[in-house]
Design a protein around this ligand. Structure first.
Ligand SMILES: Nc1ncnc2c1ncn2[C@@H]1O[C@H](COP(=O)(O)OP(=O)(O)OP(=O)(O)O)[C@@H](O)[C@H]1O
Ligand SMILES: [Mg+2]
Length: 250
């Protein structure tokens, strides 16, 4: 795969397969997946529970290795990089929002959001200042000193989103980023993601069941049983399919 073929792609997934377990209990979760995540786009991944969405985005984020296939993220051949190189790449270029938030319980909100910057070697005071700015952007400016256990689910989700945005990564990958958010906060978060995707060489990849946010997508990939079954590019002539808006296949 040449670099030029990937020049406008944030992530290029070709023939990726993944199984879990051994012998009789072996389960093939991803079956030769192809997916192009374009720079400048919000790409959404939809499909029923258990179809492999989290597994696929974990592979794209470099936290899980595939069994076979090609994976190129911003021109980097992730499957041929060392673990240390992938860790460095992730720290600089990927912001990941976990389905279960994964905040560190002993740290305050501001400290949690500072972590990606500290990993990059930014001084603590500067990191915390930037963390407070991003927390304010997601409406959490009054909660910077709270710990995760003192927050509602939607508030924890917004701290997790701030942590994924704070170091301005090129690729933001989110697992159900609006599931715990009300309409107003869901809108604020999607506006932030849109401003990220509009950046010339950035992209947002979102797993979602939330039909309130589909209209923000440039591309919607539908998964079922470990396969991509349809890719729909959304534009004025091709709006979000009605079936999706009415909850089919979710
Ligand atoms: N580490 C693991 N070991 C064994 N099986 C796993 C593992 N991770 C996921 N699976 C299985 O792989 C399948 C796909 O899981 P995955 O989490 O990717 O689904 P999903 O589409 O994200 O579902 P949901 O919408 O419920 O989050 C499921 O059957 C799940 O039980
Ligand atoms: Mg999942």
């Amino acid at each position: 795969m040449t670099t030029s073929a990937n020049s406008q792609l944030a992530a290029n997934v070709q023939g990726i397969s993944k199984s879990f377990g051994d012998g009789g209990s072996r389960l093939q979760v991803l079956k030769r997946i192809n997916l192009e995540v374009r720079q400048g786009d919000i790409t959404m991944l939809v499909g029923p529970s258990g179809c492999g969405k989290t597994t696929l985005i974990s592979i794209i984020a470099g936290t899980l290795d595939a069994d076979e296939g090609e994976l190129n993220v911003f021109g980097h051949d992730l499957r041929r990089m060392s673990t240390a190189a992938i860790t460095r790449f992730r720290a600089h270029h990927i912001g990941f929002i976990f389905q279960t938030f994964n905040l560190i319980p002993t740290l305050t909100c501001a400290e949690n959001v500072s972590v990606p910057l500290l990993i990059q070697g930014v001084a603590a005071s500067k990191a915390e200042k930037r963390a407070r700015e991003v927390l304010a952007q997601v409406g959490m400016g009054d909660f910077v000193k709270r710990r995760p256990s003192q927050l509602s689910g939607g508030q924890q989700q917004r701290v997790a989103i701030a942590r994924a945005l704070v170091h301005e990564p090129k690729l933001i990958i989110c697992d159900e980023p609006t599931a715990a958010l009300d309409a107003k906060n869901g809108h604020v978060v999607m506006e932030l993601f849109e401003s990220v995707a509009r950046g010339s060489d950035r992209a947002v990849l979102i797993v979602t069941h939330d039909n309130r946010i589909f209209h923000h997508a440039n591309r919607i990939a539908s998964m079922d049983d470990g396969k991509i079954i349809e890719v729909h590019d959304v534009d004025e002539q091709h709006p979000v399919p009605r079936g999706l808006l009415h909850g089919e296949a979710l």
